[in-house]
Ligand binder design. Structure first.
Ligand code: ZN
Length: 83
């Protein structure tokens, strides 16, 4: 399973304070029904506000390349789709 779904999801959380808060406070609710691996689900559930201090911190927390996260943030879905 690729990282695209996780990257788009977290890319939106980076850009949208409301959805970021939802992801941090109720990750189970946000992640339910999404096509994510167990590892991706675990990494997203473990995110804390401090991981959003910089894009590099966020990428490191998810074990992905910062450039891949940046690409996902430029994806239309990550800009438009709220959780
Ligand atoms: Zn949003």
């Amino acid at each position: 399973m690729g990282n695209q779904e996780m990257l788009i999801l977290v890319g939106h959380a980076w850009q949208c304070p409301d959805c970021r808060r939802l992801l941090l406070e109720a990750p189970d609710k946000v992640l339910r029904g999404r096509p994510l691996s167990a590892e991706q689900r675990q990494a997203l559930t473990a995110l804390r506000a401090e991981h959003f201090a910089s894009l590099a911190d966020l990428a490191a927390a998810l074990n992905v390349a910062t450039g891949d996260l940046l690409d996902a943030m430029n994806h239309a879905r990550s800009r438009l789709r709220h959780f």
